[in-house]
Design a protein around this ligand. Structure first.
Ligand code: BGC
Length: 218
């Protein structure tokens, strides 16, 4: 805690929000360790997941987190990850959210909605950066890849600690299919695949191909 920090406001904490195709989640994070502080808070992503509707949900989540005793400073930046290509804060795709997100300035919309600074980036890139800074990829030389399995498949590539943003490897075409339609967690649920079949057939096919293409160190 810095000497200028008001009592009860812990400066090493920050708020992080994950907008997903199905649920929008938020939590307070200890930025020195990357650990969640307290419970995460989740609200189902509104359908249709339009920018205005989702911004309203993000606002509700931030308000709830900010009301907790362990909340960070009310003007601290909020990190927001979004399931699309994000370039300079602007969404350039929309695979599992409403198409009206394309060309929406996520950074500007959320900054205005929350009345505080926002850093927006692709969801898998956020997971990858976290893994590289706090997790299994910490200090690892070479190419680290993180693949997220949810409504879609997200991918992050970190080379010698540096993120190569917006890799979009969930959309590799494998056996004539957009890979995420066969191997995501949502595909497993949709097709009611047993865990073993999903892991040994769908995921293994996907990971073998990614491994062949990139030969990651981790
Ligand atoms: C999107 C990616 C996203 C991933 C995980 C994919 O459908 O194209 O941008 O990272 O889903 O949410």
């Amino acid at each position: 805690m810095s000497s200028g920090t008001p009592q009860g406001v812990v400066s090493q904490y920050g708020i992080g929000i994950d907008i997903g195709g199905t649920g929008t989640k938020g939590g307070i994070v200890d930025l020195t360790t990357g650990q969640l502080v307290g419970e995460r808070f989740r609200i189902p992503t509104p359908q249709p997941a339009t920018p205005q509707a989702v911004a309203g949900v993000v606002r509700q989540i931030v308000d709830e987190l900010q009301s907790r005793p362990e909340a960070p400073a009310p003007d601290s930046h909020v990190g927001i990850v979004f399931p699309a290509i994000i370039k300079n804060g602007v969404a350039l795709s929309a695979a599992n959210v409403d198409k009206s997100w394309i060309n929406t300035d996520v950074d500007a919309l959320m900054t205005e909605t929350l009345g505080r600074e926002v850093e927006a980036l692709n969801d898998a890139d956020g997971a990858g950066l976290a893994e590289a800074h706090y997790g299994a990829g910490r200090g690892k030389e070479g190419l680290v890849m993180v693949i997220t399995l949810g409504t879609g498949i997200g991918s992050a590539m970190i080379l010698n600690g540096q993120l190569v943003p917006n890799a979009e490897l969930g959309h590799l075409e494998i056996d004539g299919h957009d890979a995420e339609t066969r191997a995501s967690a949502a595909a497993r649920e949709r097709e009611q695949l047993p865990w073993k079949k999903w892991a040994t057939k769908r995921l293994q096919r996907y990971f073998s191909h990614v491994e062949f293409l990139f030969s990651p160190s981790l």
